[in-house]
Design a protein. Sequence first.
Lengths: 401, 108
Amino acid sequence: MSAADAIVIVGTGAAGVGAAFALRSAGCTAPIVLIGDEPHPPYDRPPLSKAVLLGRLPPERTQMRRQEIYAQRGFDLRLNRQAVALDRTARRVLLDDGSAIEYAQLVLATGARPRRLDVPGADLDCIHVLRTLDDAVSLRDALVGSPRLLVVGGGYLGLEAAASARKRGAHVTVVECAARLLPHVASDEMARFVRRLHETEGVEIRTGATLRTLHGTGFVQQAELADGTRIDVDRVLFAVGAMPETSLAVSSGLAVADGIQVDASLRTEDPHIWAAGDVARCGPRRVESIANAQHHARIVAASILGQVPPRAEPAWFWTDQYEVKLQTVGLLREDDEKLVRGSPLRRSFAVLHLRDGRVSAIELLNRIGDLPAARRLVAAGATLDEAQLAFQHPDHERQIA
Amino acid sequence: MSTHPIGHVVSEDGTRRSLEAEPGQSLMTVLREHDLPLAAICGGCLSCATCHVYVDAAWVDRLLPPESGEIELLACDPTYRPGASRLSCQIQIVDEIDGLVVTVAPQA
Ligand SMILES: Cc1cc2nc3c(=O)[nH]c(=O)nc-3n(C[C@H](O)[C@H](O)[C@H](O)COP(=O)(O)OP(=O)(O)OC[C@H]3O[C@@H](n4cnc5c(N)ncnc54)[C@H](O)[C@@H]3O)c2cc1C
Ligand code: FES
């Protein structure tokens, strides 16, 4: 088989690695080349802001597979190697070492890069982002000695990092420019609960607060908000979202609009190029989650092989903060009708989201046992009655055999 | 660091394999590193139940018992077997479990 039969995958995150394994599992015998620009063998990101920051999980334990497995599966895994350009006419990927690889099919699974705010002082030392293993280790090591940490951004990533840092003894302030925490990704009910939780744990939360300037000489020492408030800090974490890493698509003229545009089979407008995971925009919204990346991996593998793609699954996301586990199934919309079941006070409740009388999403707090039911209800677009039946016990007495 | 045989893992097709592990790893990471068919979507955060294994009867009582969350998550899985089912991310490799025998549960 010539190199031109190769399936080349750029990006070794959940989507890229998942696609490689899904291709092999589905019987694909073509050469598969995996190109990743990070120095580490492929690893899981979710534990980075949780167990790794807490110091409970050594970084090497986040590794997805033993390194020899990649060779055993016949993958040509190239780490520390960046794809810098595409030549779509010749069907070649150009790498940063000057070499080029021909592809029959190309999967762009380049994920997303963390955003940094463009405020004065943003280039001072002791300012962090959190996306890679190296980022996590650097922040973990910065949390010794109870530093004052300012987390900019009250989304899931910022709040997980805040919780982990607090547990490590840091003095934590979270600033969020929206009027509440978790804008767009949680209901008001859930966001209120999460705010109280952090405040109880000793985190200072400031919503409606915009960072204006970071002050310091060499390293950051003070943060100034738009209302003039000044906060003394030792460390700052930017957790203000991620931008899809679309540069290869943009420079090669593929359609990009908050992500590389793909159809339901995850194909771009170029019949030999596909996109999967955080970087792919399939449908009305780009989704950033592991479940989505893994699902994309299976779809793209099936599409490339001309097989029937797996059924669509409702979006699914989870977060762990302190002793609390929050799961979200389905995509939320501001205008959903909402019903709370269970007890926020007892730290065990569900928020049912209804759209046109049907269950469109469910948030579960400390009710992981309800996850399978929640998935089923959202996937089926169940009626309120059906949902009530599944969630009728306020404190859900489950029969544990 | 010394590696430990964790005894046998029985795959879906009934074949047995012996795996090496290091103390401090979770069983999930061992299984996945060795490319057993385990989604382990959440990476060990006790949030997905896709790292489900059946522990051989002779071994059940020799492991630390599961936390309540683990059973809650497992109990709704159609492939749940009371007593035998565990989430492999919640089982830590320690010297005492050398020789452990588990079977990877079918993925839902
Ligand atoms: C700290 C943290 C915690 C998270 N927690 C959760 C969680 O609890 N639950 C959840 O569902 N999701 C969580 N997520 C989101 C989840 O990790 C992502 O959705 C998922 O990693 C997306 O996978 P991906 O393969 O699309 O992209 P990525 O994991 O971003 O992988 C893309 C890879 O491609 C590489 N790359 C980019 N461009 C190039 C190039 N030109 N050449 C070579 N390589 C390149 C990148 O360096 C990267 O290694 C978390 C994310 C972070 C950062
Ligand atoms: S890996 Fe998700 S619960 Fe074990």
